[in-house]
Ligand binder design. Structure first.
Ligand code: TYD
Length: 238
């Protein structure tokens, strides 16, 4: 069933632009890498839209507050899945799809694989249901490439704790998802690797314990190949 979890037939929809997602466990450094890639692409003269999930739109950012609020420990996984799907539906129709139609590059810090993993494989909700919600929410639009930053759960959580404790404003309260235990975060890491092993064409797995510059170099190398295939490399200024 998982084998069919990814809507292959829609890969390449909105062909004019290029849709890229970053995935990985909490603390894996996706946000930094998504930003570095966006900056590098823009420096090359390409038009880039950088967004994040949950959020990325005014409506989505409000949904994000609900989802990450540590006071709502009673929130069910089904409720979570629907809220993530709702935020995604808004993001797709008002930001991602229009940008792809204009021929731009869209980079999303998390996308539907996160729901499949956090609410499905790690969260215990039926993956088929998560897929159903997300097919509806996204019109089955999938990224052309997904960079998966792979990191052991222990290391990811340790990085988050460190980041929180060095913040000058005193310790930040972990968000609702970060507060889950180590077992949950282990299932998250395994879940992502499981998805990647089932779709080697879309996923590019990068070990995330390396230095940010090393990770960036691997991502940029892959990215250049894709841009070349897609004839999106800007003309050489020389
Ligand atoms: P965020 O602070 O953005 O964490 P990160 O930098 O690790 O992305 O919070 C997003 C949290 O929401 C993160 O713990 C993963 C979780 N999440 C889901 O559970 N399902 C989803 O579909 C998405 C997009 C995120």
């Amino acid at each position: 069933m998982l084998k069919d979890s990814v809507p292959h037939k829609t890969r390449g929809t909105a062909r004019k632009g290029l849709f890229i997602s970053f995935e990985g466990p909490d603390g894996s450094g996706k946000t930094t890498q998504a930003r570095l890639l966006a900056e590098r692409l823009m420096d090359s003269g390409l038009k880039v839209v950088l967004t994040r999930e949950p959020g990325g739109t005014p409506v989505g950012e409000e949904i994000r507050k609900l989802l990450l609020n540590p006071d709502f420990s009673e929130m069910t996984v089904a409720c979570e899945a629907l809220l993530y799907g709702a935020s995604r539906a808004q993001l797709i129709s008002t930001l991602i799809y229009p940008a792809l139609k204009r021929g731009e590059i869209v980079i999303s810090d998390r996308y539907l694989d996160s729901s499949l993993v956090y609410q499905g494989l790690a969260g215990g909700e039926d993956p088929a249901k998560i897929i159903g919600i997300n097919f509806w929410a996204t019109g089955k639009l999938l990224p052309e490439i997904t960079f998966l930053l792979d990191l052991e759960a222990e290391q990811g959580l340790a990085r988050i704790q460190k980041k929180n404790s060095v913040s000058g404003a005193g310790p930040r309260v972990n968000d609702r998802i970060e507060q889950r235990g180590l077992d949950f975060h282990r299932r998250v890491q395994e879940g992502f690797l499981q998805l990647a092993s089932r779709d080697r064409k879309r996923f590019f797995v990068v070990p995330a314990e390396d230095k940010p510059e090393t990770i960036q170099a691997k991502i940029w190398d892959k990215m250049q190949k894709i841009l070349k295939q897609r004839n999106m490399l800007p003309p050489d200024p020389r």
